[in-house]
Design a protein around this ligand. Sequence first.
Ligand SMILES: N[C@@H](CCC[C@H](N)C(=O)O)C(=O)O
Length: 292
Amino acid sequence: MTDTLLFTKGHGTGNDFVLYADPDGEQTLEASRLAAVADRRFGVGGDGVIRAVRSASIPEGAAILAEEPEAEWFMDYANADGSVAEMCGNGIRVFVHYLIERGLLELAPGHSVPIGTRAGVRDVHRLADGYAVDLGRWRLTGDEPLVRARELPVARPGLGIDLGNPHVVVAVAGDTELDGIDLSRAPQLEPALAGGANVEFVVPADPLVRDGIGRIRMRVHERGSGETLSCGTGAAAAALAVRHWAGSSAPNEWRVEVPGGVLGVRMFAAEDGEHVALSGPAALVFDGELTV
Ligand SMILES: N[C@@H](CCC[C@H](N)C(=O)O)C(=O)O
């Protein structure tokens, strides 16, 4: 059966998404249709597809509402290949911007809103010039796979970090090595991680810290989407990994340069342990109608 999809194209530092509103949960798309929508030649094109659905209208939303009854909206996120992901740090900022612009949410600058995701509830704060999201507690997974990528001269050790979704961060020798990596194919992890991972390649700036802010450059190969211009949870994972490697004198505030722009990452103490927050812009680019 064909259906009409009223969509909006948006992005956060070039990590681009097709968004659509389905408040009452009547327009769930199966994986093959999501992949067709995200296809850059035969569809709209995007790194992911985001459905705005009320938490009360999606099965995963029941747990969300039990945790936080104020979390009216749920970000139903799928990668470009149609696979479902737990969380998207750029996506959730664009998602809240979309809800506001479509009149589905009122949120003045300086205020926050809880949003349901498959990783749990995440608070998104509206800034004067963008959005910040509390990505919650993070943890080292204990995985340290060897990472091989095309044009990376040697296999390098990775560090597994969980941010609700899985990441492996790899330090490379410098800008030339970072720029030379061919991410048109997925990096190989040895041993492989069950469920896969987003893989971030990172280099420190020189000096690493300026004016109390840590500075790194990053490229990413995203699980289910391939190389993207930016990954918000990936930027947070990269900053956490570099701080881990740098030791106790490393700062808690980071500037992460990705091919699509710059993201801010901040680690802070919360009641239940250390959290990490991500900040950056969110933009809506155009609207359209698609037969799916
Ligand atoms: N681009 C996102 C992450 C999207 C999900 C990821 N590909 C996964 O499968 O975990 C971000 O900005 O965090």
